[in-house]
Design a protein around this ligand. Sequence first.
Ligand code: ADP
Ligand SMILES: N[C@@H](CCOP(=O)(O)O)C(=O)O
Length: 291
Amino acid sequence: MLTISVPATSANLGPGFDSIGLALDLQLTLTVLGPSQTWQVDHPYGPHVPSDARNLMIKTALSLVPNLQPQHVQVTSDIPLARGLGSSSTAIVAGLVLANELAKAPFTKQELLLKATELEGHPDNVAPAILGGLVVATYDHDQVQAVSLPAPDLYASVYVPNEELLTSASREALPSDLPFKQAIAGSSVGNTLVAALATQNWPVALQLVEQDQFHEQYRAKLVPALATIRQTAHDLGLVGTYLSGAGPTVVTLGQKADLERLQQQLKLNTSLTGQYQLLPVDATGINVHKS
Ligand SMILES: Nc1ncnc2c1ncn2[C@@H]1O[C@H](COP(=O)(O)OP(=O)(O)O)[C@@H](O)[C@H]1O
Ligand SMILES: N[C@@H](CCOP(=O)(O)O)C(=O)O
């Protein structure tokens, strides 16, 4: 029996657009039940997600190793689809790891990371999904450089709206160019955020996650909860709220007790109707278990 688990990820952390991501402790778990005539995927997502070889996980596996023997696999997951918690990256990574294990592991983690990044288009979800923890990464079309930083000793308050927002749709809200001055301002915030994260200077890091110049202002109209949650947190003296990935999930990083207060306040005093979670960081990344 082969079981593969891959964590959810929260990408961008504000100014780290397409390059910073944090693995969170929600898991997709794929179990191989055994060989089958055709690919069969038992999953919890309903009829709009294919259950055969057209499933993203299986398509991805076959793109790495085309001649795999079809299998019957079972998927369970706590990660909501199209909400900005990296579900497509977990599916891609699970598919690559599945192919690698079935083919007796010919690919290194770095090769899997490159393939996953090519498929996803950016490394900020797939890198922490593979490596766990906090990862800063860059991709230039034939190379990925991913650097792990110490996993923050913080929790994530995660607000998941009830409505989906596909990453592709949310990327359409972005401009094709940025004025030079704005790009400089954005990169100086991003660079300083990385320095603060690397030195575990959480007060500075939490301020800077709110100072993105690259994407939040363009996506804010798609995610009204971002302004509501940020303002509610400020009213409690808390900073560290950002749009998770392409949204619509909104994350606030901080100490567990502060985030419990925040969620209580949001539930009592706003009309937000989505789901709340309080999650630790996942420090492991992909986990393969054979029995
Ligand atoms: N486990 C899975 N199996 C098959 N398809 C999946 C799986 N997880 C995600 N997907 C596909 O990825 C889409 C969501 O991707 P995306 O828009 O990038 O959102 P997210 O922010 O969740 O990654 C889903 O609508 C579905 O088509
Ligand atoms: N940098 C990407 C991250 C997308 O993350 P997801 O979890 O929404 O898939 C972006 O902001 O578009």
